[in-house]
Each structure stands twice: as C-alpha cells, then as structure tokens.
Design a protein around this ligand. Structure first.
Ligand code: NAI
Length: 327
C-alpha cells in the first residue's frame, strides 16, 4: 500500500518511518495539510494519513475520490474533521486510532488543572526573573471539592481515577452512562451548578458544540476552574472571554482552541497574530493555553503509529476493519 502522509512533523517520522518500512508500506511525508487544493498530491497513492487539523470535508473527499484514494487513515481518535457521509458515498473507508493513551490526555488535563489552580505558570516566570514574591499566586485545596467530568469515555474515566486520587468528590455527565462506573451521574445543569472544577472529555458533535456558552457559564459557581483537553469548539470562545473579563473563572486550562487550525502545531513566533480571540485568551493571567499536546507522550506516539499502520495492514490484507468509522 502506498500512503501519503499530510501535516507531518519531525516527531511523526520517528515511529512511522521505521514501522512503515518494516511492514512494507511505501510512505511519503508531506508537511502541508490535507485540503481541497492539496488532495491531488496523493495521486497514485492508495491511502492518505491525516491528523486533527487536516480538512477532509466534502470538497476534499471529492478530489480524493477522483484521484482513486480508497482509504483515509486518521492518526488520531477524533474524526470531526472528516465528512463521514461524503466519504461513504465516495466509497472511501475511514479508519482511526480509537484509543492510544487515554492516560496521556487525562494526566495532561490534571496538569493543566494543577497549573492554573496553583499558578505554576506564573511562578515559573517570576522565579526566572529572580522575583520570589508569592503574592497573587494563592490557589485552593482540591481535596473535598467537587469535580464535574463531562464525557465518561476512556479519557474521562482515567480523569475520574486521577481526581479520586486527589480525594475530590466526582460528578459526571454523559448521555450514555457507563454501567458500573463508580461515579455519581447528574444532568448537565446540576454538573454546572455543583462543580468547583469542570473538565471536558466528550467528543465534538453537533450536540456538544458550544456546550460551554454564556448560558451554561451563568449556571457555574463563581471562581470555577475549567479545563478543556477535548476539542476547542466545545467552548464558545467569545462567551468564555466575556466571562473571564467578568472574573468568573479562577483559572482556565485549554489545550485546544476553536480556531486552532491556523495556528496550532506551527511556529508563528515570527508572524503577527491576527486572531483577536487567541490574543485575548493568551493575555489573561489565569488562562494557560497550550497547543494541542495532551496526547504527546512517547507511549502515545508509538501506539498511534502502530495502530494506524495495523489499520492499513488490515485494509491491505482484506481483514476485518475493527477501527472503521462510520457516519
Ligand atoms: P470516548 O469515545 O472513549 O469517550 C467519549 C465519551 O463522551 C463517551 O462516553 C460518550 O458517550 C460521551 N459523549 C458523547 N456525547 C456526549 C455529550 N453530548 N455530552 C457528554 N458526553 C458525551 O473518547 P475518549 O478517547 O475518551 O476521547 C474524548 C475526546 O478527547 C475525543 O473525542 C477527542 O476530541 C479528545 N482528545 C483530545 C486529545 C488531545 O491531545 N488534546 C487526544 C485524544 C482525544
């Protein structure tokens, strides 16, 4: 199988190159993202391999179909960037890596929570400048406080385990509660009203888009801490900014951002940033914004490469496709 990789970074090649060669695939790595204009680069290939910010919308799929691509290999769990119906209509199968390291993401979410609560990001900057004043860096004890987890899939469950280690009271919301999970399921309104900390672990769907908005924020406790390691569009950014200006949040930890496609994973330090919401978010002292790196551990990267290539192998060998994503 010949696979064209899009949006490739040096760290992708570390695992994909040797594993791909060993499994007999012909791989070409492109740095550009997949979109309607770049899809044609995959001409004469069998499959494209894409990441979270590649665009596999209807128009792109049309081009992929025209050049004979039969398979889209997602080297990630989320698939909100693929028009699944268009892919199905075009006879293109979509495979993903449903789970590589839920621990990596949950551990990072906890890291963001601890950072914004105890203001470690500010302390780091201060002591680098030999400023040892701790004024303004006060946080709260997490023990005994209530954490609300939205989405109790693989990552949400791992987050619940971690939060339990901090002896927090956990409440959760999921339209498909996990049977036997030792957590108190509540409805969304209750979760917003009761939580001191809210962590988002649901996928981005039409039901979850802007699940955090002006109305839901108004139901939250003053001083709540919000963490989002799932997808940026779960939060209505301008509503979040308004609430931050009104001092609603003690802290907000974001690893994802609604309009991240144009910025994240790229070095923009020599550019002028024109996205005003991104600038505003970055400017709040109580917001820590990172560039979609919650998944980024050695263990996760190795697992992503292995499962992505096993998916390709299953297609090549006509085996059962257990990681197929259907509309
Ligand atoms: P999963 O599929 O195991 O769990 C998702 C859970 O969300 C399920 O239990 C599902 O029932 C629930 N859910 C569905 N609709 C919901 C709704 N309307 N409200 C609340 N919950 C809802 O997925 P997993 O592996 O736990 O990943 C969760 C999300 O984390 C992914 O969809 C992805 O967007 C994000 N992610 C982010 C990464 C990062 O590096 N920042 C890396 C990997 C995943």
């Amino acid at each position: 199988m010949k696979i064209m990789f899009y949006d490739t970074k040096p760290y992708d090649k570390i695992w994909f190159q040797p594993m791909g060669e060993e499994m007999g695939f012909k791989i070409k790595f492109q740095e550009v993202k997949l979109n309607e204009d770049t899809a044609v680069l995959a001409k004469n290939y069998d499959a494209v391999c894409i990441f979270v910010n590649d665009d596999a919308g209807k128009e792109t799929i049309q081009v992929l179909k025209e050049i004979g691509i039969r398979t889209i290999l997602l080297r990630c769990a989320g698939f909100n960037n693929v028009d699944l119906k268009a892919a199905k209509d075009a006879g293109i199968q979509v495979l993903r890596v449903p789970s590589y390291s839920p621990e990596a993401v949950a551990e990072y979410a906890m890291g963001l929570l601890l950072t914004v609560n105890r203001q470690i990001h500010r302390a780091y900057v201060r002591t680098r400048d030999f400023n040892y004043n701790i004024n303004g860096l006060m946080g709260i004890d997490l023990v005994g406080k209530t954490a609300g987890v939205i989405g109790t899939g693989k990552i949400g469950q791992m987050m619940i385990d971690i939060l339990k280690g901090f002896k927090m009271n956990i409440i959760a919301y999921d339209p498909y509660p996990v049977e036997g999970l030792d957590v108190e399921y509540v409805d969304l309104d209750q979760l917003f009203e009761r939580s001191d900390v809210i962590s988002l672990h649901c996928p981005l769907t039409k039901d979850t888009k802007h699940i955090i908005n002006k109305k839901s924020i108004s139901k939250m406790k003053d001083g709540v801490i919000l963490v989002n390691t799932s997808r940026g569009a779960l939060i209505n950014t301008s509503d979040l900014i308004d609430a931050l200006m009104e001092r609603k949040f003690t802290g907000v930890g974001l690893d994802v951002y609604e309009e991240e496609d144009a910025y994240f994973f790229e070095d923009k330090s020599n550019d002028i940033i024109t996205d005003e919401d991104l600038i505003r978010l970055t400017s709040f002292r109580n917001v820590v914004l990172t560039s979609h790196q919650a998944f980024f551990t050695k263990d996760a990267m190795e697992a992503i490469a292995r499962v992505t290539l096993e998916n390709a192998k299953a297609v090549e060998d006509g085996l059962e496709l257990k990681n197929l994503v259907l509309p």
